[in-house]
Design a protein around this ligand. Sequence first.
Ligand SMILES: [Zn+2]
Length: 428
Amino acid sequence: MQALRASIMHCLADPGEASRQSAYEYFEDGLLLIDAGHVVAAGDATQLMSELPADTPVLDYSGKLVVPGFIDCHVHFPQLDIIGSYGAQLLDWLNQYAFPAEAKFRDPDHAREVATVFVDELLANGTTTALVFGTVHAHSADAIFEAADARGMRLIAGKVLMDSNCPEELRDDAETGYSQSKALIERWHGKGRLGYAITPRFALTSSREQLAAAGRLATEYPDVWVHTHLAENIEEIEEIARLFPESRSYLDVYEQHNLLRERSVFAHCLHMDERDRGSMASKGGAAAFCPTSNLFLGSGLFDLRAIREAGVRCGLGTDVGGGTSLSLLKTASEAYKVLHLQEQALPATRALYLATLGAAEALYLDDKIGNFEKGKEADFVVLDFEGSNLTARRTAAATTIEEKLFALITLADDRNVAATYVNGEAIR
Ligand SMILES: [Zn+2]
């Protein structure tokens, strides 16, 4: 048994736009008890200390804030080196920047090198779980799984399926995409804390045959994830309508190919109607809200209120390299601005929810991670209000924890992450 003394905050449910107090817990002088990598209790330090065996080691993080590990619901590890690429919207951006970067992953050594840097950057930003795109190369999935496994991280990833409307060297076909994905599922899914995601890039780069094969795989393996993009960009959506005239909507293309189900995660979901949101909610699919990417690529504004009122599961995604940061604190800050433009509120407590428990719900992992309920895996972040001079000044002037956390979200970067714990062990 080990104990950490710090301020502790976690969500029990979605606090909503009104920051409902029963949806989260905050212990100013708190104690987190961990045993064998799992949470034993989180609560008031004075009370819990009195019940502890006298020789229990207590690590003192007084003045810092411990929150559950952040969960990134959508990110591309092969695009790490093209963050901040200038001047294009989605389809041009893919051709000019993303595809050339992904073509370099033909070299397995390059894939391994980037995967290692990528997972260490996640941990430096307090992210302990992520849903990750590879490239079309099967060894890209091996590389990211090996890097996550070496650090004990709970991570989901997959090889991209892509057989049309892309460079020749980045193509698989319906059959090889199916068989390679199947082999990767057998090799990695359920190994340690790893999970596999069937990963068609988006309907524009997969033929009907490939989408059907992906849907077959999704039916054969109901407990693997499906991870793709949906309704990001207007030009993209027009192309989808032209290519799939038999489908009512973009989401309908996936639904018709058995790719909308529980554990299906759709990045962006910007331009959808009520009927799509209803289908997504009733089939158990989830939306990844990627504000830095949506702003950077000029794609549009995510309507969180409509998504949540429809009952759709939702978490934050960084979407690097279209996104501009691997920090879910920075991502939450941009989410606030995207919602503010639409006259919607994002209090700090709901931002925390979207980066932790909400994301765990989106990934159907809320029985394992996302908050400090007894028995959950002990993945957490120690946030340091004094990580920079400005965050120290601003948070010192705050009078409530909600104000303090909001200021931190607005100003924070990886200097404000004092430590990241995976399975109860400090890994950074
Ligand atoms: Zn993406």
